[in-house]
Ligand binder design. Structure first.
Ligand SMILES: [Zn+2]
Length: 86
């Protein structure tokens, strides 16, 4: 009898997780779909750490008529430091 309850609980848990994962996948799909609309923003290369950042980032520096984009204040400062030496 105890085993029966255990099996039933396991089945219920399985069903619960199945629907939970399904819901999560649908949410992820929705998320990536809505993300496609924002893809119009051009991605720029962070000259310091190498990651990609959106063109609309507030961390950017204009140097020799070229605009450099950064992922963070830290990378921006590092770049300025390196390029304003001497
Ligand atoms: Zn960076």
């Amino acid at each position: 009898m105890v085993m029966k309850i255990f099996v039933l609980a396991a089945i219920l848990a399985g069903i619960y997780f199945f629907f939970k994962i399904k819901d999560k996948k649908q949410d992820e799909q929705k998320y990536s779909e809505s993300n496609d609309d924002v893809k119009a923003v051009e991605m720029k290369h962070d000259a310091v750490c190498g990651s990609y950042v959106e063109e609309t980032t507030k961390y950017k520096v204009k140097l020799h008529d070229k605009i450099y984009y950064f992922c963070s204040e830290e990378c921006k400062n590092k770049f300025i430091e390196e390029h304003t030496k001497n």
